[in-house]
Design a protein around this ligand. Sequence first.
Ligand code: ZN
Ligand code: CU
Length: 496
Amino acid sequence: MGTAETAVLPPHATLLRNVTLVDGSGAPARIGDLLLAGGHIVAVGEVPRGLLENIGTLEELDCAGLVAAPGFIDVHTHDDAAAIERPDMLPKLSQGVTTVIVGNCGISLAPVVTDAPAAPLSLLGTREFRYPSMASYAGAVNTAAPSVNVAALQGHTALRIRHVRDLDGPATAQERSAMAAAMQEAMDAGALGLSSGVFYREAYAADTEELVAVASVAARNGGIYATHIRDELAGIVPALHEAARTARHAGLPLVISHHKCAGPANWGRTRETLPLVDELARGQEIALDVYPYTAGSTVLREDLVDGIIDVLVTGSRPHPEMAGRYIAEIAREWDVNQQEAARRLMPGGACYFQMREDDVERVIRHPLSMIGSDGLPHDEHPHPRLWGAFPRVLALYWRDTGVLQLEEAVHKMTGLSARRFRLAGRGELKAGHAADVVLFDPKRVRDAATFERPAQASEGILKVWVNGALSYTAEAGSTGARTGRFLRRDMRSSAG
Ligand code: ZN
Ligand code: CU
């Protein structure tokens, strides 16, 4: 099948020989060859001899004992500005990630223009709020030429901040139509859909009418709806129902962001929430994303500091010297309670050790879950998920504990993700697909980033190709190739 479309081969090609192919579809691994040329995957499994004769220079790699998989797709990121400011994108590239989806949790750069973004927009840093439209953001990504591909959701909170005068109330009819027009612009520019973060104060007052009005625009254009639901603590069940209702009324697929049961009072409740998701998913398309840690991370908020769970400071504007230290310890030093310490450290960020391992494991095991790091690239002392999420899934949930099969783990990082987020031509090792490929050592792959030392490249990720260019090697790190680009959503799934 590959031969017809590859009659004219470019002069240079790369052949991975005897490699264990885990193709991203969830199908059983098999040993074979993989031929990359001209930015695409040309053949998978058996490479016809005739094909190779016409190639000028063929680079052959003997990959016995190693795994080749589609480049990982990080479906939950806040790399909106990082992809432009630090286009080497080493935290992601070094994990084997070749595509990041930005704009999660309601937060996106476009269409906000400001020098002083407030929380939660400040999770994206402070310098890059200068794109009045998704089209201008997409252009900036392409100009910056990051090392990984970037696909974007339009953030609902960003739309609110741009178009709603009183953030403590729902949008007026006029404001709703301004938001809908901006949403249409984003979809025209290739956005994957809408994200919301009604958990955050700036969006908390949004009512169903407002959310449905904006989501309907995404729906008409074949987009999806990803949401950081209103409550991941005691009120998680009504919050899940709200998210499902919004998606149903607007008529589009739902992704529940970083699904978790947060807070000691809710530990174990994934036994309740996952069956609910299954039940809802019988009537509408639903997926989940999840990161493989029991700590979450977001802005520092005193209401999230309960005095029970550990809270690690990831950054503090008034007290930058406290990054990397625990609130309990700081509170003792200052002789105040933990909430008071949090108040004094704000604005800032923190890791909250708010989940229990069995819940995380249950979500990771669930067939509808995909892996997303939710890494925060602007924190001084970031949550280790920024550098470690993907290799950690392979090391901890496949190799060390067997919670997942290898094929399943890779599927949750590639094929399933591309399908659910409407990314065409990626996510599987398939002739004709873009040559986004990771080569790793299944015996050694593991995350090295920890809560103590979070900025560590993972181990066992040997080579990463992005759109056919070798972009990372374990020995040399980044090769300097910066072949990522802004990816538009798959227009074939578009109704309008
Ligand atoms: Zn979130
Ligand atoms: Cu997030």
